[in-house]
Write a protein that binds this ligand. Structure first.
Ligand SMILES: Nc1ncnc2c1ncn2[C@@H]1O[C@H](COP(=O)(O)OP(=O)(O)OP(=O)(O)O)[C@@H](O)[C@H]1O
Length: 608
């Protein structure tokens, strides 16, 4: 299906996360934090665990300072005091271990729960969006959103959030302890802070750009693979392997380069911090050493100070390492938020029509409808068609005439621009979509099969339909003998693309679905196009039995499929140009006759 450029651009914008205003970013953050709200008590518990673990960690050098200044350097041989200090040291180490363990487990559990919920809601949201959305968005990009963007959010809670709490608090504690130990030395250490802040700000925008580029390129790579896998049969049939491989290589290479650049930037950023940390330690060792010589501070204080300044750089380094994760998280948050804010264009009426499914007759009225996929194009113009209950209508016309669009409008995958479509006199816009889709049974050229058994696929996981009903339905459409030949019969597992079943067998399964769900209207869109003539015969006989008592609309390029219809509608450029029975249309010697002769291999000038 064609995608207009504007739509593709929109897809790319969502994928890249570019052009996000501060307001939107804040809204995205609020939205994500909204998912954390129900876990408030767990976050408070995490906060206290972290607090206790840090306090236990940071008091350890202070104990050593006491031991050095009170005992070791003063010659005080109070061994029992040293033993008590040793005992407290051990206790602190155990406390730190216990609370860190608890905090990590709690955070993992909470983070995973939040992300699982977001993923669930996102999938639910996507499944409610309309076809026009899927026309605009690459399935590959959507796969990235559901899988890796939500995973990145997980990192936000488990890494970034943890680092912000743990390392932020560690920094505050260290600063307090340093000022408590010696305000002058602490003052010198604080000179380093603005330098660190400058480096961090300088890298900020650069890192964000690098990260966005990597994400966009990954998204393109995934989209390419997803779309290629879907069309693998075509790739092989038309020997496009080399061409596709080249295109893949090009995307792969550009992702590889973006990744390298991101890694290089990261390493440079981290190493700068290491150098800065070592220089600061050297500087303070010099200043502090001089102070010890001048007897203005004790040696234990210098020991504790140097230990703290080393520990001081660890949290800064950690936070800076989380910087790139934070960048990716903001991009992912923005993209997910944008996706969540896309509203379904087609919504149920607030006061819907009450429909009794068992009383549906199947009359269809297309009342002077007009439709286009975008504002600047018209695919169907002023089409007026009225179909009686139980009538079988064949719809023919050349490629692009608007036949499938007519069916999509009936199923309300899109809404008409002008006019209305009615079923049994009710405007389909007033019928709840769920009810509407129970009224219509759609059989497409490539019937979609879910991962599951044949029984699951026929009854569409509806447990209220018994396996016996499924077997009866399959027997009714003539699929029973085919299924009996399979190793596990009705319990044969099918995959998404129905591997192991022929196109005809897949089609028969979709007919059995119709029998099971009993929709009053049957729509077949090129359902026999992919079948050889022998299987087509089988499917045609199934159609005969299934269409009995149902209003049936059949789109077919092969005119042999629809010759027996009660009425044939001939479409050209979004309009009905002829209508009537096969014989009547032939007698008209018009467009249908041209199409018919053409399909018979007797080409008439200007037929298509
Ligand atoms: N999802 C879409 N987005 C934009 N344009 C579309 C979309 N689907 C179809 N079109 C365009 O609308 C027109 C009618 O398409 P439609 O699929 O209804 O024709 P058709 O008669 O069923 O053709 P075919 O026999 O090839 O299936 C074509 O020009 C097509 O390119």
């Amino acid at each position: 299906m064609p995608k207009d450029n504007k739509a593709i651009k929109q897809d790319e914008e969502i994928s890249s996360g570019y052009h996000v205003s501060k307001e939107n970013r804040r809204a995205a953050l609020r939205f994500t934090l909204g998912y954390a709200k129900p876990h408030r008590s767990k976050f408070i518990a995490i906060f206290f665990c972290t607090l206790l673990a840090i306090a236990a960690d940071l008091l350890q050098p202070y104990l050593v300072k006491i031991a050095i200044d009170n005992n070791l350097l003063t010659g005080n041989n109070d061994f029992s005091f040293l033993l008590i200090l040793g005992g407290i040291y051990l206790l602190l180490a155990l406390t730190s271990f216990g609370f860190t363990y608890l905090q990590n487990n709690l955070l993992q559990f909470t983070g995973q729960s939040i992300v699982a919920r977001i993923r669930k809601d996102l999938f639910g949201h996507i499944t409610k969006l309309n076809m026009s959305f899927f026309d605009r968005f690459h399935s590959g990009s959507l796969v990235t959103h559901v899988s890796s963007d939500t995973e990145t959010l997980n990192q936000f809670f488990n890494q970034v959030f943890l680092s912000l709490i743990r390392d932020g608090m560690t920094l505050i504690f260290i600063i307090i302890l340093m000022f408590h130990l010696d305000p002058v030395l602490a003052g010198y250490s604080m000179i380093i802070l603005p330098i660190i802040a400058c480096i961090a700000i300088g890298f900020r925008s650069y890192m964000r750009r690098t990260y966005q580029i990597t994400r966009t390129r990954l998204s393109r790579l995934v989209a390419f693979v997803a779309e290629n896998l879907a069309g693998m049969n075509l790739t092989q049939a038309f020997h496009q392997e080399k061409e596709q491989e080249n295109q893949f290589m090009e995307r792969n290479q550009s992702y590889f380069k973006a990744n390298l650049r991101e890694v290089r930037t990261n390493v440079f950023f981290n190493r700068s911090f290491d150098v800065l940390s070592n220089l600061s330690v050297a500087f303070l060792a010099y200043i502090g050493g001089m102070a010890v010589f001048n007897h203005s501070i004790e040696f234990g204080v210098l020991y504790a100070f140097i230990t703290y300044i080393r520990q001081f750089f660890q949290p800064i380094n950690n936070i800076s390492q989380q910087w790139s994760t934070l960048q990716s998280t903001t991009v992912s948050m923005d993209r997910l938020y944008k996706l969540f804010t896309i509203e379904p264009e087609i919504k149920d009426d607030k006061s819907p029509a009450q429909i009794d499914l068992s009383a549906v007759k199947g009359r269809i009225d297309y009342n002077h409808i007009q439709f286009g996929y975008s504002d600047d194009n018209t695919v169907i113009s002023d089409l007026d068609l009225h179909i009686e209950p139980g009538e079988m209508i064949g719809i023919v016309g050349t490629t692009g005439a608007g036949k499938s669009s007519l069916m999509s409008l009936l199923c309300r995958f899109y809404d008409v621009r002008e006019g209305s479509i009615q079923i049994d006199g009710s405007d389909i816009r007033s019928i709840p979509q769920r009810t509407l889709h129970r009224m219509i049974g759609l059989v497409q050229q490539e019937p979609y099969l879910y991962s599951g058994t044949i029984i699951d696929n026929v009854r569409l996981f509806d447990e209220s339909i018994t396996p016996e009903q499924v077997v009866d339905a399959c027997t009714f459409v003539g699929a029973d003998a085919l299924i009996a030949r399979l190793k596990d019969g009705y319990n044969t597992m099918l995959s998404e693309r129905g591997s192991g079943l022929s196109a005809g067998e897949r089609q028969l399964i979709s007919f059995a679905r119709i029998v099971v769900f009993q929709p009053k209207i049957l729509v077949l869109d090129e359902a026999t196009a992919n079948l050889d003539s022998q299987t087509e015969q089988l499917v045609q006989s199934a159609l005969q039995v299934v269409s009995e008592g149902r209003t049936t609309l059949v789109i077919a390029h092969r005119l042999s499929t629809i010759m027996q219809s009660d009425r044939i509608i001939v479409m050209k450029q979004g309009q009905i140009v002829e209508a009537g029975s096969h014989q009547h249309l032939l007698d008209l010697h018009g467009y249908y006759e041209q199409l018919y002769r053409y399909s018979q291999g007797k080409h008439i000038q200007g037929a298509v």
